[in-house]
Design a protein around this ligand. Structure first.
Ligand code: ADP
Ligand code: ADP
Length: 231
């Protein structure tokens, strides 16, 4: 489904250039639940930005569903991103003035989903994360764990096949973190491919595969054999 071949990323800041990714080869198949681990500064976010079509590799190729998308125009890349990928961030990124329901509706407004369909899908997504009762509240009235569940509802309302999460449990207590991992596992059970950056070692046991980065290279790539299923 996704294949990177010899991908590098070099950041140029003034006269200084820094290679954040040093020739990454990576294949991710449909239905995987993959964690990206590694110390701060090892290139995880850079990789995620490239995989998520938010940024481009400096060299190398990126194939999605058998098509080389590394040389597409920005507009085409944005189209792929909006259609196929849902994003979840550590800091939730909810808009404080909007209700929880409106926050979930927002990406569908951008995607031009008609009103009736939008309401239906927002309600469905909020039901899936167990927060329909909170639809009329605003983000400051709910806990961090609940905010992240809203962010997940927002990420899935356009029915993406891929979900990318950058430290989704990084700001949460351990019980809320477990709720989030349970939701990701159920989204994965539905057939969605999940790629998650995580620092938390406790999360590893719930993943199917773990890729570890160091200094811009993959130093380990393994399956999680004794995976635990939350329910
Ligand atoms: P984290 O590791 O928690 O994702 P970072 O501090 O590495 O946070 O990065 C936060 C954001 O700042 C990212 O979008 C990253 O691309 C950007 N960033 C990180 N380092 C630099 C830098 N030296 N110059 C400019 N932007 C940077
Ligand atoms: P991680 O997510 O593993 O913390 P990042 O991908 O954010 O790592 O960063 C990898 C390296 O690239 C870091 O040294 C960071 O400072 C640098 N970096 C990230 N984004 C930028 C940027 N926009 N400009 C310059 N350097 C950056």
């Amino acid at each position: 489904m996704i294949e990177l071949r010899n991908v590098t990323k070099t950041y140029e800041t003034g006269k200084i250039s820094f290679q954040a990714l040093k020739g990454i080869d990576l294949k991710i198949s449909e239905g995987e639940f993959t964690g990206i681990l590694g110390p701060s500064g090892s290139g995880k976010s850079t990789l995620m930005n490239i995989l998520g079509c938010l940024d481009r590799a400096t060299t190398g190729t990126y194939e999605m569903d058998g098509r080389d998308i590394s040389k597409l125009r920005d507009q085409e890349l944005a189209h792929i991103r909006n259609k196929k990928i849902g994003f979840v961030f550590q800091s939730f990124n909810l808009l404080p003035r909007l209700t929880i329901f409106e926050n979930v509706e927002l990406p569908m407004i951008y995607a031009g989903v008609p009103l009736g369909e939008r309401k239906l899908r927002a309600a469905e997504a909020l039901t899936k994360v167990g927060l329909l009762d909170w639809a009329k509240h605003r983000p400051n009235e709910i806990s961090g764990g609940q905010k992240q569940r809203v962010a997940i509802a927002r990420a899935i309302c356009n029915n993406p096949r891929i979900i990318m999460a950058d430290e989704p449990t990084g700001n949460l207590d351990s019980k809320s973190a477990l709720d989030i991992m349970r939701i990701f596992q159920s989204l994965n059970d539905e057939g969605r491919t999940i790629i998650m950056i995580t620092h938390e070692k406790e999360n590893i046991q719930y993943l199917k595969r773990v890729i570890t980065f160091r200094d811009g290279s993959i130093i380990e790539d393994r399956e999680v054999y004794d995976r635990k299923v939350l329910n």
